[in-house]
Write a protein that binds this ligand. Structure first.
Ligand SMILES: [Zn+2]
Length: 396
């Protein structure tokens, strides 16, 4: 007698739940970060690896050598660059020291989604604790799920639970095995086993997303896979600016734009072996924001071209000696150039260069906007101006 009533109530509940979910937004993102993966070693797992369920390309970590963006290829600075879309000279996490906190002027994508959508389900589930307990410590109170210090298997279990029973709007999952194994054994059999284990965990997470998509076909899922830094040529350590340490990758479950797939090494500064022709690590955050319908804004000063939709200008850079901004673009329209928030010029995009008539005195935040897509860059102070302030890097 009660059974039909229970069924009716269940049906009503189900309808109410799906209505709430539709309201909450159908764009979903899962960011999977695997610590310390050298792409060339990962590819040695062969064509059956779960990596090949995604499209991917090389990217670079560690900023640009000799520029204000140069940062150590360490976990703390790198993960926070991936999650904010700016280099450490802006986000402020300069090393793995637990004293560092993210500069609140450059919040993570998790915090930005919270600011835009108080109802969004936001999770950060990490093996390496300092991401949550130190660098994002001032943000995590705003997240729905914050788990730190879990084993990789527990990270997968926890994220599986999130994917199966919550709105799961934005989830960051951090796995650590390749990095910790390589610190002990360098490249070799143990590292390959660690990569195979991580790839199996990747496969489990991709299966979970697929199952959810079948269950909830209206949802639009972006799954991103990346790593924080490469390794030195022997695989043992990292932190420096060698090509292998700076080489990372970005993979996705959908095809991304030319900034990822069509490398354009700048002729005046191609980087080690043309590495700066690939996407910067700063491109991950604007990609996530755009997918989540949070269009990157000029005031955010994000330093990467998004990898979904319009790229904006690509390879934006400063040549302080000639007071020039340079970029790559084949667009037939004009760009808008802003200096410290004020529009100062509208040159043709295809010129790919603009000289600041005010000679870049001091430190300036430039934004070049094309196709409603802003990309930012900050010039270095002239050596004479730098000498006026004592270096805060002394002794570190
Ligand atoms: Zn790391």
């Amino acid at each position: 007698m009660y059974l039909p009533l229970i069924r009716l109530m269940a049906a009503v509940l189900l309808v109410a739940c799906s209505a709430a979910q539709a309201q909450a937004g159908q764009e979903k993102t899962l960011i999977i970060g695997i610590d310390g993966v050298q792409l060339s070693q990962y590819e040695r797992l062969g064509p059956d690896a779960n990596l090949h369920r995604l499209s991917y390309a090389k990217a670079y970590a560690g900023g640009v050598i000799g520029k204000p963006t140069q940062q150590p290829t360490l976990s703390g600075p790198s993960w926070i660059t991936l999650l904010t879309g700016v280099w450490a000279d802006k986000h402020g996490v300069m090393s793995n020291d637990a004293q560092w906190r993210l500069d609140p002027r450059y919040p993570s994508v998790l915090k930005r989604l919270r600011q835009a959508r108080p109802d969004a389900h936001i999770a950060s589930v990490v093996n390496w604790s300092p991401i949550n307990s130190a660098f994002l410590a001032d943000e995590v109170a705003a997240f729905d799920v914050v788990e730190s210090g879990l084993s990789d298997d527990r990270v997968v279990e926890r994220v599986t639970a999130i994917l199966s029973s919550t709105p799961a709007d934005l989830t960051f999952a951090h796995l650590d095995e390749p990095d910790s194994v390589a610190h002990e054994y360098c490249f070799g059999d143990a590292y390959q086993t660690a990569l195979a284990n991580s790839d199996r965990r990747l496969g489990m997470l991709l299966d979970q997303v697929q199952a959810r998509q079948q269950r909830l076909p209206k949802e639009r899922w972006l799954v991103l896979l990346t790593t924080d830094h490469g390794r030195d040529p022997a695989g043992c350590g990292h932190g420096g600016q060698s090509e292998s340490e700076k080489t990372v990758f970005i993979a996705a479950n959908q095809s991304l734009n030319a900034e990822l797939t069509d490398p354009r090494p700048p002729a005046d500064n191609p980087g080690p072996n043309g590495l700066y022709g690939y996407a910067a690590q700063t491109s991950l955050a604007p990609t996530v924001l755009r997918h989540m319908n949070l269009e990157p804004r000029r005031a955010w000063l994000l330093e990467g071209s998004p990898l979904l939709g319009a790229t904006g200008v690509r390879k934006l850079r400063v040549d302080e000696a000639s007071h020039q901004l340079r970029w790559f673009s084949e667009a037939s329209t004009r760009v808008q150039i802003f200096r410290n928030g004020r529009r100062v010029a509208q040159p043709e995009a295809a010129r790919q260069v603009w000289t600041d008539p005010d000679t870049m005195a001091g430190v300036n935040d430039y934004v070049v906007e094309l196709d409603d897509t802003p990309v930012a860059v900050r010039n270095a102070a002239a050596p004479s101006e730098r000498a006026k302030t004592p270096s805060d890097d002394a002794g570190r």
